[in-house]
Write a protein of this length. Structure first.
Length: 80
């Protein structure tokens, strides 16, 4: 356990979780901003990054991520 005990461990886990989800959201936003627009890509990118991190499998798109089946950057972020 890290120095500081359980509280430090929880802070570390929360920090790493938020950092990974933020990185995923930023990368998805970059992938989708051309098709959804700068503002329009924010919510889907954030939602899908959190959903992928939690392995939830939820999507805000009608076809889930079928429309991104050949989009390597999107697939790489979701898989990672």
């Amino acid at each position: 356990m890290p120095e500081g005990g359980a509280a430090a461990l929880v802070r570390s886990v929360v920090g790493v979780t938020l950092a990974v989800e933020a990185l995923g959201a930023a990368l998805l936003w970059l992938a989708w901003r051309d098709t959804l627009g700068n503002a329009g890509a924010i919510w889907p990118a954030l939602f899908h990054a959190v959903s992928a991190f939690c392995n939830a499998g939820f999507s805000t798109f009608r076809d889930n991520l079928v429309g991104s089946a050949n989009d390597l950057p999107v697939l790489a972020v979701i898989a990672a």
